[in-house]
Design a protein around this ligand. Sequence first.
Ligand SMILES: Cc1cc2nc3c(=O)[nH]c(=O)nc-3n(C[C@H](O)[C@H](O)[C@H](O)COP(=O)(O)OP(=O)(O)OC[C@H]3O[C@@H](n4cnc5c(N)ncnc54)[C@H](O)[C@@H]3O)c2cc1C
Length: 384
Amino acid sequence: MTPSCDVAVIGAGILGLAHAWSAAKRGLRVTLFERSPRAAGASIRNFGMVWPIGQPAGPPRETALLSRARWLELRDTFGLWVNECGSLHLAYREDELAVLEEFVSQEGGPTDALRLLSADEVLARSPAANPESLLGGLWSATELCVNPRTTIAHLPEHLQDRYNVDLQFHTPVTRVDGHKIIAGDGRTWHADRVVVCSGSDFETLFPEVFRNAPLTLCKLQMLRTAAQPDGWRIGPHLAGGLTLRHYTSFRDCPSLPALCDRIDRETPELNRYGIHVMASQNDAGQVILGDSHEYGEEISPFDKPEIDELILRELRRMIRLPDWTIAERWHGIYAKCTDGLVYESEPEPGIHVVVGPGGAGMTLSFGLAEQQWSRWAGPSRVEP
Ligand SMILES: Cc1cc2nc3c(=O)[nH]c(=O)nc-3n(C[C@H](O)[C@H](O)[C@H](O)COP(=O)(O)OP(=O)(O)OC[C@H]3O[C@@H](n4cnc5c(N)ncnc54)[C@H](O)[C@@H]3O)c2cc1C
């Protein structure tokens, strides 16, 4: 007999896990398919930054904050490591400080959770901030640090234990035919609803949907240090002036164009590779460093050493670490929806393709999935 379930989720990256969790919390019988023995896509390769401050005020920020609440729920329910570290944008130039000031007033003025700090106040929060020429920084309390590798490895088991989610790992789904799911080895399942969260794979399932979809691929190079000595901690996530060009939340700040012009003039090599720099520290004390952005046709299977050098050059200007030993280098590729937070399509009734949260999948996925499941199946039931 063909096994059946209420919901089949295809892809066990963060977006697929979020959909599986939201469906399971509503009492639905969920089967989660993943082609690899362990998911190895964008979701295990990121900084682990849950970054609401990067989302513009309004629905995107609300989705990020809903996600944030879900991350805290995961910590409380399953004991996953989630650090309420907040973030600091460091300012070394007057134009950076100007954008940060404008951002705070655009957000309704300073509060304990969002305010400009003096250089001394910044240094009191992070021993990693380079004090030389430091003018101050923006403190935001909403950012979280999570560990992508352990989350993606362990959350499926927690969903299995708590909600009886059926895990079908090492199972590539090669076709979805109506409500029939067909695996590469010929096994089949029936599902009332199918959610395809296939990340950057636009070829295997529903290629016709992807052909004209507003989606692009983006490759990022990343590095990680060895664990820092003696329990040294970075404090909040750290970002700087380069990052203000990257997140749309700063787009309406009047001083941003001048800042972008100045960076173009002084360091055009950074724009060539879409480089802005950030640092986060995981529970093992390792500092994750990045990143670059190369899109579509520019993406090569091979990494560019000059990108790593530029990332490290910019980070060394901004932060100080007790140990800069680089223990790992890697790249990741994500799908990005170019006209929304995520791309959604329903090629057949009850069959949903949901991909492309771009550089914000850790920030948005739980919120996006929860909002989607509230529309499909109402609010989640109260947990015992
Ligand atoms: C280097 C890097 C740094 C980043 N930093 C951050 C950050 O700090 N904060 C943040 O919010 N976001 C960050 N992001 C973005 C975030 O990682 C992505 O948005 C997110 O991981 C996308 O999740 P996903 O589930 O859509 O895709 P993926 O994680 O790629 O998962 C897709 C899964 O589907 C599986 N799959 C595909 N096709 C099939 C099939 N036919 N059958 C079975 N399984 C299939 C794949 O094996 C894969 O495991 C970063 C991304 C990168 C690459």
